[in-house]
Structures are given as structure tokens and as C-alpha cells.
Design a binder for this molecule. Structure first.
Ligand code: DAH
Length: 339
């Protein structure tokens, strides 16, 4: 029995020494020292020994048990330490690794162009004002000299929200609000979204953007209108751009003009963008109609003014050579990242 114990102990020691993981060491503990373990079961065989041998053997078995137990405890600690070290090693953060950078936000091309326009007009002394997108018939049409039965209403297909409430079809509504709240001299621009029940195609959208301008003071003439708008066109398109004033009609201005600039795509030769004319229309303008001044409590005998409405979307598509206005509204990141 003594030899058996020695052999078993030697076997256990060498097994414990060669094990490398926590699961393995636990299996060895059960195998040798568990309730039915091989060393433990030697104690159960004591019955076959003589009374003198029993205490001697008992002591030897217990001692062996204790030694193997200690060895297992030490080994367990060693393995657990190693495993922790390995884990820490695997989890170390490499601080020299380049970070994952998020894509930075950018200005939408419409905003870039709008900011440029605001800079230009501010440098000429204009204030920026805001107006509501949901307007009343009164501000969007009535005060702008477009009464209910006026044929000019057909020029703008309106989204009505109620009998008198609508989505503004033009930023011109802001002219009236400004003249009601400010006294001349007035020099403002009002950028914003406008809405018309238009079919969507490459050049039309039911939502688009305008910048309204208004100047009212004593002695304002068509010369001031021409000077300001020419200056604006030259700053946006460059000094070599020709600017053409064409007679036109708007109910709220008299006389009225439309302003064309040299087509930036073909330089005036004629192309697909300008439909062969060499010109691109960028805005409508005119001298504020005396009726409009009067409806806002400004005496047309004392004051005069000019107004203009610039299409921001057209300006943006021509500047960046964007072939389809819908691209400006689809928020496709692949498109927007290019600007
Ligand atoms: N509101 C006009 C439009 O949407 C543009 C316009 C023309 C505005 C002449 C003006 C103006 O202020 O004087 O077509």
C-alpha cells in the first residue's frame, strides 16, 4: 500500500506540474483528492491493514494528500496569474494606432452660396430679416397689389392651408412685414424657403429658395437698383460677367425688370444650360409700386424704393454646375461630400 501511495503521489505531482489551465487543474483535484479520488480512496482501504499499520499508513496518506493539495493550490494561483497577464496583454490599447475619425459635417452648397450673398449685401449696408413660411393671403398677395381676382395669382400655384392661410409663394411677403415695422431708410434682405405646387423635374421643385431685397428711402431711383444688382452680379459671377436688365412685369413693382447674366457654363456662346441664349435669368426686380408703399403706411410722394427677388437654387446649380435641382434636396451624402 505504501508503494501504491508513493506511485500515486508521484503520478499526481507530475500531472499537476504539466497542467497549464484552470480547467485541467480542477480535473486533477477531483481525480486524486475528490470524494471518490484515487488518494482519498486509499483511506477507505485502511480496513484491510493490521491495527498497528493503520495509524502509520493513515498519517502517510494524509500527508501525501496535504502535499498534493498544496501543490495544486500553488499551481492554481500560478495559472490564474498567467491567464490574467495574458488577458491584460491581449487587451492593451495601442495608443499609437490612428483613431477612427468621423466624417465632419459641412455646409450644404445652398448655404455656402447664401452665406456669400449675405456677405455681399451686408457689405452694402443691408440687414438680414426673417419672415414666416406660413403666411396669410394678406401678406403674400393682397398687400403686394395682387387682389383675389388678379390674373397674376395664376403665375404662382399656391399651397393653401385654409381660406386665408398659405405656404408663402415668394419671400416678397417679408417686404410688407418689414415696411410695417421699420421706418425708412430701409435696406433689408430676407432669405428663405418658398413653396409652389409645381411638378418636380430637373429645374423645378415645390420647395425652393429666394432672397428678397428691399430698399426704401428718399430719392431712390432705378439707378440705385441697377447699381446694387450689377455690383451683386459682379461679386457673385466675376467682373467680366455681363448683366442685362429686361423689362418685365410684377404686380408689386413699376417699372419691373428681370435680370440676366452671362451664362457661366458657356461664357455667352449658347449651350444646353442657357438653352442656346447665352444668358441666365437670376432675379426679378423693380421700383416698389406706390400702392404697395401706401398699403404699408409709407407716403409714395415722399419715399421711393426698389425691390428684388433672387432665386438661390439657380445660382447654386449654375455655380457648381449641378445638372439637376433635385440633387439639392435629396440629402445624398455621396453628392454633398463633394462640396
Ligand atoms: N416675387 C417674385 C417671384 O417670386 C420675384 C420678385 C420680383 C421679387 C420682383 C421682387 C421684385 O421683390 O421686385 O417671382
Amino acid at each position: 500500500m505504501k508503494e501504491k501511495l508513493e506511485a500515486l503521489k508521484a503520478e499526481a505531482v507530475s500531472a499537476v506540474n504539466s497542467v497549464t489551465d484552470e480547467k485541467g487543474i480542477e480535473e486533477l483535484r477531483v481525480k486524486y483528492l475528490g470524494k471518490k479520488g484515487e488518494i482519498t480512496s486509499l483511506l477507505k482501504q485502511m480496513g484491510s491493514l493490521s491495527p498497528e499499520e493503520r495509524p502509520v499508513m493513515g498519517q502517510l496518506v494524509n500527508k501525501a494528500k496535504q502535499e498534493v493539495e498544496e501543490l495544486i493550490t500553488v499551481k492554481k494561483a500560478e495559472i490564474s496569474k498567467k491567464e490574467t497577464e495574458q488577458k491584460l496583454l491581449n487587451e492593451t490599447i495601442d495608443i499609437t494606432m490612428p483613431g477612427k475619425s468621423g466624417k465632419p459635417g459641412k455646409l450644404h452648397p445652398l448655404n455656402t452660396v447664401l452665406n456669400d450673398m449675405i456677405d455681399i449685401f451686408q457689405s452694402m449696408g443691408f440687414d438680414v430679416v426673417d419672415g414666416p413660411e406660413v403666411e396669410t393671403d394678406h401678406y403674400n398677395f393682397e398687400c403686394l397689389n395682387v387682389p383675389a381676382d388678379h390674373p397674376a395669382r395664376d403665375m404662382q400655384d399656391t399651397f393653401y392651408l385654409g381660406e386665408n392661410l398659405l405656404l408663402r409663394t415668394q419671400t416678397s411677403a417679408a417686404q410688407i412685414r418689414t415696411m410695417e415695422t421699420r421706418k425708412p431708410p430701409i435696406r433689408v434682405i430676407c432669405p428663405g424657403r418658398v413653396f409652389r405646387a409645381d411638378e418636380v423635374d430637373a429645374t423645378h421643385s415645390p420647395v425652393f429658395h429666394q432672397i428678397e431685397g428691399l430698399v426704401v428711402d428718399k430719392g431712390i431711383t432705378m439707378c440705385d437698383l441697377k447699381g446694387v444688382l450689377e455690383q451683386f452680379a459682379h461679386e457673385i459671377y466675376g467682373k467680366d460677367t455681363n448683366v442685362k436688365f429686361r423689362p418685365s412685369f410684377f404686380p408689386f413693382t413699376e417699372p419691373s425688370v428681370e435680370v440676366d447674366v452671362t451664362c457661366s457654363e458657356c461664357g455667352g456662346k449658347g449651350c444646353r444650360v442657357c438653352k442656346g441664349s447665352g444668358w441666365i435669368e437670376i432675379l426679378g426686380a423693380g421700383m416698389v409700386h406706390p400702392k404697395v408703399l401706401k398699403s404699408c403706411g409709407i407716403d409714395p410722394d415722399e419715399y421711393s424704393g426698389f425691390a428684388f427677388g433672387i432665386g438661390l437654387d439657380r445660382l447654386t446649380t449654375t455655380r457648381y454646375k449641378i445638372s439637376d435641382i433635385r440633387l439639392l434636396f435629396e440629402n445624398d451624402k455621396r453628392f454633398l461630400e463633394q462640396f
